[in-house]
Write a protein that binds this ligand. Structure first.
Ligand code: AQP
Length: 332
């Protein structure tokens, strides 16, 4: 079976609809016919300012949400990145074959430092994509299910894998990004020209899965639509409506054309009201399940520890092979 790896940062109290529709939903689906490795990437989360207590809580909340979303820890290996030391070890190696120029071209770093300036950013934020490459390569992953914003990082990962293989002999599988076009980029509800994002969306622009369902319904009802009243999928002229249609279609499994027909001539009001109901129906059980997983922290930590152990069965041999190829003297 092909192998799949992906991660999510514990940088907020809740995943948002972008994280879920762009990535996590695919993780759940891929478990069926892939050997899956999914992690909460806490090492990535410390690249920006954070509070240690909140990080611990958010790491558990992330794991609980993945379980609530349908990640099955029996079928998939679910773990926390910092519990598998080979990620950081391989990242160092990868940083030694990455050019300063190519690392400097990563747009996420540029975006995230656009406001404060690169001088105020950490070196960790700059080398973030190199750690991400290590996350992927240490599992010999074939596919990496992510949103569109991560495409460039997966491209870098491919380049690094090929470079290493070329220089030291075939060691890594060269992975591919797995991006589902329809939901690759979910947009901010108030500013449908930008992606829904933890760090830059306003509270009204982002739907958190763990929000009060009523609050989420209200956000949908007050989402920015466009002038006119036709519910049609037109990303260029009606990005707000197109975004809502994407969300509606993804949550119900109904085709966008079918939804357009259903709301023909009925205006935005009905459409948004129905979508608000669909959202409430989705988030209500999701929230309950997450809170149940969070009730038993010992059990949650045990699931993650077992996952880390299974992960290491894969990462240790990969790293041993890499160290050998690099010319390191074998250790004890
Ligand atoms: N708006 C989005 N549409 C589709 N996919 C998205 N992802 C994030 N936002 C969208 C995907 O979610 C996965 C986990 O992402 P992450 O852990 O890297 O989260 P993030 O990038 O910190 O989330 P944000 O909201 O985008 O945070 P900021 O604002 O800090 O950058 C990834 O697969 C990502 O593609």
């Amino acid at each position: 079976r092909p192998r799949v790896l992906s991660g999510i940062q514990p940088t907020a109290d809740s995943f948002h609809f972008g994280n879920y529709l762009g990535a996590v939903r695919q993780w759940v689906a891929l478990q069926d016919d892939h050997e899956a490795f999914y992690c909460v990437v806490d090492l990535h989360a410390i690249t920006v300012e954070y509070d240690p207590k909140a990080l611990r809580e958010r790491t558990r909340r992330s794991a609980a949400q993945l379980l609530a979303a349908g990640i099955d820890p029996e079928r998939s290996t679910l773990f926390v990145q910092s519990q598998v030391p080979e990620h950081a070890q391989l990242a160092w190696v990868m940083s030694c074959i990455t050019g300063m120029g190519e690392a400097s071209r990563m747009t996420q770093f540029k975006d995230k430092t656009a406001k404060g300036g690169a001088d105020r950013a950490t070196v960790g934020l700059f080398t973030y994509p190199i750690l991400q490459a290590a996350d992927i390569l240490v599992y010999q992953a074939d596919r990496v299910p992510v949103g569109e914003d991560q495409r460039q990082h997966v491209e870098l990962t491919r380049d690094l894998a090929q470079r290493f293989n070329h220089r030291f002999g075939k060691t890594f599988r060269v992975p591919e990004a797995y991006i589902v076009k329809e939901t690759a980029k979910i947009f901010d509800l108030q500013d449908p020209s930008s992606k829904m994002s933890k760090s830059s969306s306003s509270a009204a622009g982002i739907i958190d899965l763990l929000d009060e369902p009523k609050a989420s319904a209200k956000k949908i009802r007050s989402a920015v639509t466009d002038s006119g009243r036709d519910v049609v999928f037109d990303e260029e002229n009606k990005p707000g409506v197109a975004n809502l249609l994407t969300i509606y279609s993804a949550l119900t499994g109904r085709k966008i054309s079918e939804l357009e027909d259903e709301y023909a001539g009925r205006g935005y009001g009905d459409f948004k009201k129905d979508l608000a109901d669909v959202v409430v129906e989705f988030v209500t059980p999701f929230r309950e399940k997450t809170l149940t997983y969070l009730d038993d922290k010992a059990q949650l930590d045990a699931i993650l520890a077992a996952g880390a152990e299974r992960a290491r069965a894969v990462t240790e041999p990969t790293l041993a092979k890499v160290y050998d190829r690099l010319g390191f003297v074998p250790g004890p």
